[in-house]
Design a protein around this ligand. Sequence first.
Ligand SMILES: [Fe+2]
Length: 277
Amino acid sequence: MQVSVLQLDDISILKNILSWLLAKFIICNNMIIIQKRQVKYRMNLFTIADLHLPLGANKPMDIFGGWDNYVERIEKNWKKLVNNDDTVVIGGDISWGISLSESKPDFEFINNLPGKKIILKGNHDYWWGTANKINEFLSENKFNTISILHNNCYSDGKIAVCGTRGWIYDGTGEKDLKVIAREASRLETSIKQAVDCGAVPIVFLHYPPVYAEYVCDEILEILKKYNIDNVYYGHIHGKGIYNTVAEYEGIKLKLVAADAIDFTPQYVSKCANFQKV
Ligand SMILES: [Fe+2]
């Protein structure tokens, strides 16, 4: 009888073949999402909005109450909580820079923080151009830990990061109606992609869908249509924090603007590796 002895290299190849055989393949949007069965949900999903980084534009927020040394505080708190395998969604108002080149030091700062980051647009992100331009900028500068949430979603096979900037308005001017229709449609596109992949959508917005007496019906309609349970948003600062609404018609709403959460990323869920859908 002939007995063959496997060498170390053979064993690792065998292990790889086994892990591929055991993997679950989820096909959606013409993409194949590979979810290895042995992957444990050991990674964490966090979120924080409104970093308002001033490193390229020299526009510090320290002049506002409670924002003293905020860049150092964000860095310290972030490093205490977030590991390199984790993911952090940054909900807009990221950098004071008015162009990608002016925002570059802020991106460098974010890229060097632990974890993968998924970013979305806030009302002060004047550097935000087309998705292609941002993606080019990120890859040219090797800011490899940063991806953008824009008409897409990121799924780990179980849950998905969905969202858009949103809108807040107090009138029904033609311009407002146009913007809100576009934002609602972007949100639906993002959520639908997650649902089509069988993932539970978690929604991240910059603007609150509900705030004090204000309700953004167009956004709320989409949230209800897809039975969204949890929404994280930013934009509200200072004393405005006291007018937030924690739950509306069964949807939990959480303000995560940096100054509302002591400049500390907030835990959202256990997760695995997210892939762009
Ligand atoms: Fe802000």
